[in-house]
Design a protein around this ligand. Structure first.
Ligand SMILES: [Zn+2]
Length: 244
């Protein structure tokens, strides 16, 4: 009798009932249904985990231990879940977006431009505020706030990486109180520095204002002196008994 090749191969265990059971327990225990997270997304994630566990075991895994293992690392599970949810940002509800933002701030900041757009569509200003705070805390490489979205997200060449807005120099100066910062800066300068600044006709700005006595550094923005700035420099020179 010829044995069929199918019979001789070791049969792969059917993991479906296990995956279904663990999926349901996770949904109930963590309230994922109330958030509106599609069951299918959770099921796919559980399947990936179960397949990983099964490949390391000689016997078929059991629901209890699998569930407990995921529960012990629930923060990792939810981080993976946020990434899966974010695959379709345009379909996120407010609750789902909130889940992503609160469970995985670092990831939220990475996809902040997409999340921001979705939150604007949903009218969720409360979540935009949270996202903005997270972004501003994580991304220290930006120095200027965008007048439109309020994130600290303007490139040195004045383009917003969150909302795409390209504000005018005037708008940026006003929103970021550059005039005040410059005035305070001018008040700290000696005559020589004041004359250097006046002669240059512009200044650099990153974490602070800088007289352009060396080439522009990465991250620095360039602002031209306004008539008002120039008048302030002359007034300051007079104050300290100097003339241009
Ligand atoms: Zn913006």
């Amino acid at each position: 009798m010829v044995e069929s090749p199918r019979k001789s191969r070791k049969k792969k265990p059917d993991l479906t009932p296990l995956v279904e059971e663990v999926t349901d327990r996770l949904i109930i225990e963590n309230g994922y249904d109330a958030i509106g997270i599609p069951r299918e997304i959770i099921r796919r994630l559980v399947l990936e985990i179960v397949e990983g566990i099964a490949s390391q075991m000689s016997s078929k895994p059991k629901p209890g231990p699998v569930f407990n293992r995921i529960k012990r690392n629930i923060h990792l599970f939810e981080k993976a879940l946020t990434a899966k949810l974010a695959e379709n940002v345009d379909e996120l509800t407010g609750d789902m977006a909130e889940f992503i933002i609160t469970r995985n701030p670092e990831f939220s900041s990475r996809i902040a431009p997409l999340l921001y757009k979705r939150l604007v569509d949903l009218g969720r200003n409360d979540l935009i505020e949270i996202l903005r705070e997270q972004w501003n805390g994580i991304h220290q490489e930006f120095y200027l706030y965008c007048p439109k979205c309020g994130f600290k997200s303007l490139t040195p060449d004045f383009k917003c990486v969150i909302c795409g807005y390209g504000p005018s120099e005037e708008e940026i100066r006003e929103f970021n109180r550059i005039d005040q910062l410059l005035e305070d800066f001018i008040d700290t300068l000696d005559a020589e520095s004041l004359k250097k600044l006046q002669a240059a006709g512009f200044f650099y700005f990153s974490s602070k204002i800088r007289i352009p006595d060396s080439p522009r550094e990465p991250g620095e923005s360039l602002f031209f002196l306004s008539k008002r700035d120039k008048a302030r420099i002359i007034a300051r020179l007079h104050e300290i008994g100097e003339n241009l």
